[in-house]
Design a protein around this ligand. Structure first.
Ligand SMILES: Cc1cc2nc3c(=O)[nH]c(=O)nc-3n(C[C@H](O)[C@H](O)[C@H](O)COP(=O)(O)O)c2cc1C
Length: 407
């Protein structure tokens, strides 16, 4: 694929993931060595200057986050990799971990050196038992080789809760507690795992780190969209010819992803909508397809980049049906800790089911909009805050689908 640019997936298919020597033969662990030759502040500055922003959804500046943890005074600090990947339609982190686990491990070790942490955890979703095996073997090989120095990594498995991808629920889960989000602040870089300064970064974020250290901040900052530089891995599902994954610079447009890389819509059907970033992403209409897949450009149209899932719907799809199923997902996955999410996801699902059954009226649409607005600013964590997005975006862009079902 000529349009692809592989940074994160640079070793995909080129190395044996279960043989550390094949990673080292392609330059692996040179970046960690280089990082250890730099002072911690200089290293963090380099990551900051690269402009790398988190690939887990929130898009926070990675170096900035590391700086908070570096500056937090503590004897013990932690590096945590968020490999929960609970977002339906997303499998980019699995691709990285299964095919190039050492990239992630090296990225985490660099972070450990930068912030002064000697212990790391990879929190991997429970549905990926085979990935856990690959990770454990890769960690054992890295330890045997002695490349990690005094940095240690353990793998912890989730048990299938979507909310455990939220960083503080994830931390609670590692601590052996029920996976529920914490009140923030304090944020994890100040008080995270066992109340110690903790960096939580996504798999894709960490996999970028060795390349940035190796090639330099300037090189990275020049790729893709200036405010969200680098590449993004996308996984394509739904009504699209190439149901697969692509890594592209962040100035690529949604249209290019669907029509060039994705090969367009199967059969003679027309495009109807695309949802980007997973279940809580906005549904995007044809008129907005020329938006680049960069964090801020997406935010400007009320959408998110999220995990990088691209879910395409052709013109035969019933938007109300799809959104009703999504509302059911959020009702099921709400942890119930805060009332706006516990009640809001339940009420949203009930209203959507009513409309889907042909029993809804215009008042129900107004209620959905009001409920969505309240949830987006009053829920404790991103799950409840973002859950109304599919509902609100489809009422805005695909109102005709709703009208067709109203009394
Ligand atoms: C409900 C919910 C689920 C999330 N799931 C994930 C996930 O599966 N993987 C992930 O990396 N981030 C997930 N996040 C985002 C994390 O809270 C956090 O922002 C991220 O791990 C930070 O890493 P980054 O800065 O490298 O993106 C989720 C957030 C919410 C609110």
């Amino acid at each position: 694929m000529a349009e692809e640019l592989r940074i994160v997936l640079r070793n995909y298919g080129k190395i044996d993931p279960l043989n550390i020597d094949s990673y080292i033969a392609l330059g692996g662990y040179k970046a960690l060595e280089k990082a250890r030759g730099m002072d911690q502040k200089g290293l963090i500055e380099e990551i900051k200057q690269s402009g790398l922003r988190g690939r887990g959804g929130a898009g926070f500046n990675c170096g900035q986050k590391w700086q908070f943890a570096y500056m937090a005074p503590a004897e013990q600090k932690y590096v945590v990799c968020n490999a929960d990947e609970g977002e339906p339609g997303t499998y980019k982190d699995r691709l990285i971990m299964q095919n190039d686990p050492q990239s992630l491990i090296e990225g985490m070790a660099i972070c450990g050196y930068a912030i002064g942490a000697n212990q790391g955890y990879i929190y991997c979703r429970g549905e990926y038992p085979y990935v856990v095996e690959v990770l454990n073997q890769a960690i054992a090989q890295a330890k045997d080789k002695g490349v990690l120095g005094d940095f240690d990594i353990e793998v912890r498995m989730g048990a299938g809760a979507y909310v455990c991808g939220e960083e503080t629920a994830l931390i609670e889960s590692i601590e052996g507690k029920r996976g529920e989000p914490r009140f923030k602040p304090p944020f994890p870089p100040a008080q995270g795992l066992w109340q110690k300064p903790t960096i939580v970064n996504n798999v894709e974020t960490f996999a970028n780190i060795p390349v940035i250290v190796d090639k330099g901040a300037e090189w990275f900052a020049a790729i893709g969209a200036p405010a969200y530089p680098g590449t993004k891995v996308f996984t394509l599902t739904g009504d699209i010819n190439n149901k697969t994954f692509f890594e592209v610079p962040t100035n690529t447009t949604i249209r290019e992803i669907i029509y060039k890389l994705g090969g367009g819509i199967p059969g003679d059907r027309k495009f109807k909508a695309v949802q980007i970033g997973g279940t809580s992403g906005a549904f995007i209409p044809e008129a907005q397809l020329d938006t680049p897949v960069a964090f801020d450009a997406m935010a400007a149209i009320g959408a998110t980049l999220g995990s990088g899932a691209v879910f395409v719907l052709d013109d035969s799809r019933d938007i109300v049906d799809v959104v009703t199923r999504i509302a059911g997902f959020f009702e099921h996955e709400s942890c119930g800790k805060c009332a706006p999410c516990r009640e809001g996801t339940m009420r949203t699902a009930a209203l959507m089911e009513k409309i889907e059954a042909g029993e809804g009226a215009n008042d129900d649409i107004a209620l959905l909009e009001k409920l969505g607005r309240v949830m987006s600013y009053s829920c404790l964590c991103g799950l409840g805050q973002a859950a109304p997005t599919p509902v609100l975006s489809t009422i805005k862009h695909f109102k005709a689908d709703y009208n067709a079902k109203l009394l």
